[in-house]
Design a protein around this ligand. Structure first.
Ligand code: GKR
Ligand code: MG
Length: 419
């Protein structure tokens, strides 16, 4: 009988370029937590999640409470997580992923362990995680190039290997590099950084440079309803979807009514409780799932079924992440019949990882689903140690793109709508 005997939560920091978004700019390091669950039969289950201090504290508390848990008892994990956290730990947010309720905070913690338990289940049974999720419907999972406006390097440091991208030429050059290296067959541009007309020009330059590649733009709710509608008309026939042009389901519905292309979201529909209102208002045509905050891999599969029921498209959202998360995203996407678009990933922006390299390779923009037991990835203990050391010395304890931006632009104000 398999039981959890040891829980190790290791915060890590990995180098991150100065990627610009609606609320500021990425700091020199991105933070993640790495979860290792050991069992009495010698198995190790892996998970990866946010690395912000509040989340780490919740992981540690729940980690202590799951000693003795049977890795197959996911409902029990849910109950222990809710009981251990109670309502007392408040809530916080990571990245631009909408409003986070106390229930949502509990789900983020649950999801962090759920992946590690599924990894254990797979190793115990000798089956890949995708088999536990219903089996693969695709052996290769397509991802999208994820472009960012960016500075040449972090202020005060040498320019990085990615180069500057602050205008349409820079954005097209970045797309070329990313497609040459990874073979992506779809492109997303992170917007909400410059005036919408400039961002439309960048998208039109991408259209000219890559006439057959589906395009997306995501200003993270930086625009008013009027601006959003104007952009949808300028980009008619150019975008496959427009992501979170404006905040709230009500405002998104006003835009959706006038928009020639579907609207997608990872900000105004971020939990099951948001779906009835979004469907009633017809706020969005596409939901971007993310197992890190939708309550894990199994809940994300249920989300896919709901999207199919309500005629909504489905794709996947990403924040800065490492290989364990990419493995989890790939197993999930491989096992979801209703998947409408190539997935987001920040993968090309990282130069360090905690997993043994070689398993997750991009060929023609897609990652082959690992067929070995569990998630199919292994920890490189030296790399984990290095990235933990980096966490201890980098001085960051939570993501704060706005404060970092204000070090260089003191009057930077991200309050939406900016345009
Ligand atoms: O990494 O700057 C970023 C992104 O803006 C991220 O925080 C968002 O959550 O990628 C995300 C999105 O699609 O909104
Ligand atoms: Mg988004």
């Amino acid at each position: 009988m398999s039981r959890i005997t040891h829980v190790t939560i290791t915060p890590v920091a990995f180098r991150d370029p100065p990627l610009l978004n609606a609320v500021g700019v990425h700091e020199p390091y991105a933070l993640r937590s790495i979860i290792q669950l050991r069992t009495d039969d010698g198995l190790v289950g892996l998970g990866e999640s946010y690395g912000d201090a509040g989340h780490l504290e919740r992981l540690r508390r729940v980690g202590d409470a799951i000693i003795g848990l049977d890795p197959f008892h996911l409902h029990r994990l849910r109950e222990v997580t809710a009981r251990t956290l109670g309502g007392a730990l408040g809530n916080d947010t990571h990245g631009l992923t909408g409003h986070i309720s106390v229930a949502g905070t509990s789900l983020r913690t649950f999801a962090s362990f759920e992946v590690a338990l599924l990894d254990l289940q797979g190793k115990y049974l000798g089956r890949p995680v995708s088999d536990l999720l219903g089996g693969v419907v695709r052996y290769r999972v397509p991802y999208s190039a994820y472009l960012f406006y960016k500075w040449a390097g972090h202020p005060g440091l040498d320019p990085d290997e990615y180069g500057e991208a602050l205008d349409p030429e820079g954005v097209v050059a970045q797309a070329r590099w990313m497609i040459e290296r990874y073979g992506f067959g779809a492109i997303k541009l992170k917007g909400g950084v410059f005036h919408p007309d400039d961002e439309v020009d960048a998208v039109l330059a991408l259209r000219d440079a890559f006439p057959d590649v589906p395009l997306r733009l995501d200003p993270n709710a930086a625009w008013s309803v009027e601006t959003s509608i104007r952009v949808t008309h300028r980009l008619e026939g150019v975008l496959e979807y427009l992501e979170d042009p404006t905040a709230t389901r009500e405002a998104m519905a006003l835009v959706a009514r006038e928009s020639p292309m579907p609207l997608a979201t990872n900000m105004c529909v971020v939990g099951f409780e948001d779906i009835p209102d979004a469907v009633r208002r017809a706020s969005v045509g596409v939901i971007l799932s993310d197992h890190h905050y939708w309550g894990g891999l199994r809940a994300s599969g249920e989300l896919a079924t709901l999207c199919e029921t309500f005629g909504l498209g489905l794709s996947m959202h990403s924040n800065s992440h490492l290989g364990i998360s990419l493995a989890a995203m790939t197993h999930l996407a491989a096992s979801v019949p209703h998947l409408s678009y190539a997935l987001d990933t920040h993968w090309p922006w990282k130069s360090e990882d905690v997993i043994v390299p070689g398993v997750l390779e991009f060929v023609d923009g897609a990652v082959a689903v690992p067929r070995t037991p569990g998630l199919g990835v292994e920890i490189d203990e030296d790399a984990l140690g290095r990235l933990h050391e980096q966490y201890l010395t980098c001085g960051l304890t939570q993501r704060d793109d706005t404060s970092y931006m204000r070090r260089f632009t003191p009057d930077f104000d991200p309050t939406p709508p900016r345009w």
